[in-house]
Design a protein around this ligand. Structure first.
Ligand code: PRP
Ligand code: ADE
Length: 181
């Protein structure tokens, strides 16, 4: 677990070995970090969830939000007793929504959140599988802050530090498990 120079947890190396790196996907020049191979290994998947649960269980988090994939946020939310709020691509949420536009490593996108799902005073953890440019996490932070939530921390499995995504997180701390350089 990093972001804060603690001793490296032995579970992290096991998780790292399960991430498949696919060159030139979805475009030439992108080294795609495929997290689906972590999900195929119940120990690596459980270790990933456990590491985050151990970090956040006593932090009084009331909402866990995640953009698009929803792989890690729901089990973390259940384990720490928080609600889970999905941040979805356009036209997927049926209720009233607010949205933020953002840029990706390879394109543009938009995230939507249901109005009323998060309330002023909620303490939020924003989860994602990976931080590249930071655009996705930044859009998520903006959505949560617009409705009055306090974003306590961002958490992701993989960081691509060369893309300097941390700088887009508006000063929020980032906890990540694995760096890919
Ligand atoms: O830090 P950023 O530059 O914003 O990139 C990070 C995002 O990129 C990936 O999602 P992607 O948009 O590729 O697809 P998905 O969300 O549908 O998995 C990944 O799952 C993160 O959500
Ligand atoms: N290199 C990468 N691997 C996986 N997901 C990504 N999203 C943005 N860049 C990515």
């Amino acid at each position: 677990m990093s972001g804060n120079k603690e001793e490296v947890d032995p579970r992290i190396n096991g998780i790292k070995t399960k991430i498949r790196v696919v060159p030139d996907f979805p475009k030439k020049g992108i080294m795609f970090q495929d997290i689906t191979t972590v999900l195929l290994d119940p120990k690596a998947f459980k270790d990933t969830i456990d590491l985050f649960v151990e970090r956040y269980r006593d932090k009084n988090i009331s909402v866990v939000a995640e953009a698009r994939g929803f792989l890690f946020g729901p089990p973390i939310a259940l384990a720490i007793g928080a609600k889970f709020v999905p941040l979805r691509k356009p036209k997927k949420l049926p209720g009233e929504t607010i949205f933020e536009e953002y840029e990706l490593e390879y394109g543009n996108d938009r995230l939507e959140m249901h109005v009323g799902a998060v309330e002023a005073g909620d303490r939020a953890l924003v989860v994602d599988d990976l931080i590249a440019t930071g655009g996705t996490l930044c859009a998520a932070i903006n959505l949560l802050e617009r409705v009055g939530a306090e974003v306590v921390e961002c958490a992701c499995v993989i960081e691509l530090p060369e893309l300097k995504g941390r700088q887009k997180l508006k000063g929020k701390p980032l906890c990540m498990l694995v760096e890919y350089r």
